[in-house]
Design a protein around this ligand. Structure first.
Ligand SMILES: O=C(O)C(=O)C[C@]1(C(=O)O)C=C[C@@H](O)C=C1
Length: 383
């Protein structure tokens, strides 16, 4: 085949890709119009039955065209996720016109290329406006920026599929004067990043934030005679590499590229599927539509008597509320006392949820709602 033929074929591919883009944009606009029907008729945004029927039809059609089911399914699951999340974001925007600002000032940990920055970009990609990013040195600095009104939002990692809950953030939430207004899950691919040309055998020291160290513990334990040093953030770990010979940092490939470092080993995390969930905090709560999946997070201290935690949890069962997280943390200054963090699939705008929260007071010493917010972890339908 000549180079001319190759160029002609690539031109055909470019044209098909442009046509696909036009069709995707058209599909999105139609999906926005469908939302109007759902608003008027108070229907849930997501219609899993319709998604399932659509996917089945597309998979069969794909087969007749020689496209395999896995490919068709994954392409259309992505399209459907975009459609649902966009409808939800539009609905939320119409419910909270006050939050419609041209600028979002967002505080997060670290700087360019940090995992928090990537999660921030993902969350705000569906919330148009100018993003003013404020890289911070600590989680506490993030909540302080929000409390003082220097930032509109703060992004805090709360749990990771490899290392579990991020206790420092749970402890901070006990006292911070902020409310949770959103969540975003981001997949994290940890790489070992070093100066161009370096090899794994050259590395004598590794810099990283404690979280990546925990999430890559098996890889780290397998290295002999390599020192580790913890840093405040991935960004500062990257900076250390440029100042320390024969060193490397753990970070995303993008973070390394931004500062001229190369990936010398990828896929370091203990689990192949390594995801972090971040919460978005603000000073003022947002109203959440009852037509979209919603989470309510709270902290509670149960009474110091036998069975009080079980009694408290039975309240959720009695009101048919699904609890998706329960975490206990010590109370600073009060040894052996515990507070519990609870995530519920529930919207505080609903009467049965309000009743449950009222009843919960009978079984606890205190309850504080940390936030009621749109749940963005979307489960794909099974076909
Ligand atoms: O058909 C609908 O109800 C839509 O809102 C459209 C659409 C889609 O993009 O195809 C989006 C969300 C629903 O979960 C199902 C399908």
């Amino acid at each position: 085949m000549t180079e001319n033929t190759l160029n002609a074929l690539r031109k055909d591919i470019n044209e098909i890709d442009s046509d696909l883009m036009v069709l995707l944009a058209k599909r999105r606009r139609i999906s926005h119009s469908v939302l109007e029907y759902k608003i008027t008729n108070n229907k849930p945004v997501r219609d899993e039955e319709r998604e399932q029927a659509l996917l089945e039809k597309l998979i069969n059609y794909g087969k007749s065209l020689g496209l395999d089911a896995f490919y068709v399914n994954s392409v259309f699951q992505t399209i459907l996720e975009d459609s649902v999340l966009n409808q939800q974001a539009l609905l939320q925007k119409s419910l909270n016109p006050d939050s419609l600002s041209d600028t979002h000032r967002v505080a997060y940990l670290g700087g360019q290329g940090s995992y928090s920055q990537l999660a921030c970009h993902k969350y705000f990609s569906r919330r148009p406006g100018k993003l003013v990013e404020m890289g911070c040195q600590s989680f506490e600095q993030i909540t302080q920026h929000v409390e003082k009104g220097q930032a509109d939002y703060g992004l805090l990692p709360i749990e990771n599929t490899s290392s579990g809950s991020i206790n420092e953030v749970f402890d901070l939430l006990q006292h911070a004067q902020v409310t949770i207004v959103g969540e975003v899950t981001h997949s994290v691919e940890h790489c070992l990043l070093a100066a161009p040309g370096a090899e794994l055998s050259d590395i004598q020291k590794i810099f990283a934030h404690p979280q990546p160290f925990a999430q890559c513990s098996r890889f780290i334990q397998g290295l002999d005679n390599v020192l580790h040093e913890t840093c405040d953030s991935t960004s500062s770990a990257l900076k250390q590499v440029s100042e320390t010979p024969n060193s490397a940092a753990i970070g995303s490939a993008q973070a390394g590229k931004n500062v001229g470092l190369e990936v010398i080993k990828a896929g370091l995390a203990n689990q192949t599927e390594n995801h972090s969930r971040f919460i978005v905090v603000a000073r003022k709560a947002l109203q959440v539509s009852t037509q979209i999946p919603t989470k309510t997070s709270l902290i509670m201290a149960t009474k110091q008597q036998v069975g009080s935690l079980a009694d408290a949890l039975m309240v959720f069962k009695a009101h048919n509320i699904n609890m998706v997280k329960l975490e206990s943390r010590p109370v600073p200054g009060n040894p052996w006392e515990e507070v519990f963090y609870v995530d519920l699939l529930a919207n505080t705008a609903e009467k049965h949820v309000q009743n449950a929260l009222e009843e919960l007071k009978d079984h606890t010493q205190f309850v504080r709602i940390l936030g009621c917010y749109q749940s963005e972890s979307m489960q794909a339908v099974e076909v």
